[in-house]
Each structure stands twice: as structure tokens, then as C-alpha cells.
Write a protein of this length. Sequence first.
Length: 298
Amino acid sequence: VPTRIEFIDVAGLVKGASKGEGLGNKFLSHIRTVDATMHVVRCFHSEDVAHVTGDVDPLRDIDIIKTELIFSDIDTLERAKGKLSKLAGFGEKAARAKITVLEKCTDFLYGGDTLLNMDLHEDEKIFLKEFGLLALKPVLYCANVDEGRRFSDEIKELEDFARKEGTELLIIQGKLEEEISEMSPEEKKEYLVEMGVGGSGLNRLIKSSYRMLGLITFYTAATQLQAWTVKFGTSAVKAAGKIHTDFERGFIRAEVFGYRDLVAAGSEHHVREGGELRSEGKEYIVKDGDIIRFLFNV
């Protein structure tokens, strides 16, 4: 049973969306509850596909989106500040402290940067999370390019921009992805090798998303192989709780081996014979690709 990561495709954002242009706030409300955002940037040139501004300029398009998200967050913070001001007027000290945080964030946003680049204390991040601020969500950039333009100056500029933003740029060829979507797995693999592309865009997108969100996958194998997703740095006992609270409450130990050990040995029996099976305690940090059997008693 595979693990699952959900992507929500929403309508394109246009200049002025924060003030209601296009789908406006209806669009923005769709992404307030997500864990991260991915901005698919048009880098391909085609007379058959119109661009809303008339020409292709990836960095300009990114700036439009970024600006709209910032304006939307400023509006959210200003409204929250108004509500808290009423409480502060009644002498509630906690409300005044929260207003200070909101004002600090608003000033930073007016400077044209997202809150991801702001130095915030952990308790401030927890407080701000309740507002679903768009400028606090990590972002992944995805360049949709023409065939043969993967290494153009335009793409290099985007890669430099993404690097400065502390994220990555994923390069895909939308037309190619459409073509291979109808192929069998064997045909797809052979075609991608011929094209010199390291895996399908979808697979690379999933891996990039996991890295951005700090996620890893571990497996359990009872009657069937089951994949589970947890945050990087999760302990064995917390990973057990992901499966069932009884596993966490009555945790005894975890029997662990890696999927590479399984591939090399050929079977779990040979993994055990080869001494690759380890016994780990509560504080063991689960690694990506671990296959785990949890022993517990309740």
C-alpha cells in the first residue's frame, strides 16, 4: 500500500488577485490550508498557447504571484490586528503581545519579502500558523520548458533565483510528460533514457516535494507492505504511533532493516541470516527506506 501526497491544482493567479481580480480571494482561500505551494512557471514559447500578459517572462510572473501573496497576507494580518486591538483595549496583555508580533510581520511584508525569510521565534511561528499565511509556506518552483531549452540562460536565471530563495527549481517538459503518460512503464523508462531525462517529471516532483517538506517514508510488512510518511527526525516510538496509538503506548522495541538490505539479500530471511536486522529502542531516528516491525505490549 503506497503512501500518499496530495497536490491541489488551482486556477492561475493574476495581478490584482489580492484585491479580487480574476478568481481573487476564492483562489487564495484554496491554498491557505496547504503545507506548501508549487509555482509552475511558463518557460515554453508557443503561439498556440496565449499568455495572460502577452509575452513569456518567468521572473516577472514569479514576482506577480509573490506580490499578490504578500498583499493577501498583509490584509489577513491587518484584520487580525483589528480584532486583537479590541481585546487589548480591555487590558488583555496577551492581546497586546500578539499585536506586536503582527505589526512586526506586517512591516516585514511591506518590505517586499515573504515571512519565510524573517527571523521568527518558534512560539511566534506557532501563533502565526492559525492565520494560514501564504508567505509562510515553503515554495517549490517548477519550470515548464520547451524541448532543448533545459540549459538556456532563462533557466539559469531561474535556478539562481530559486537558490537565493532557499528552494529549488524543478525543470519539466510538459509536452513530454503528456506523451509518456500513455506509455507502459517499460516504454516510459526506455524513452526517458533516450531523451536523457532523469526520471519522469511526476516522480521528480514527488521527491522534490518530500525534500521541501522534510518528509521520509518507512515501511511495515505484516500481511502486505505498507508505506508510511513521517517528518525527518521522527523517533521510532513516534513512528509507531503513526500506525496506531497502542503501538506507541506499549512500545518495546523495533526490528529494523533497510530496503537496500532487502534488495541486496533477496528476502527478509536472507536479511536475518546476514545479520542486517537490527533491534532499536524508542529514541532511534527512523531513516528513509527503513522497513520496521514494531514490538509492543498493552
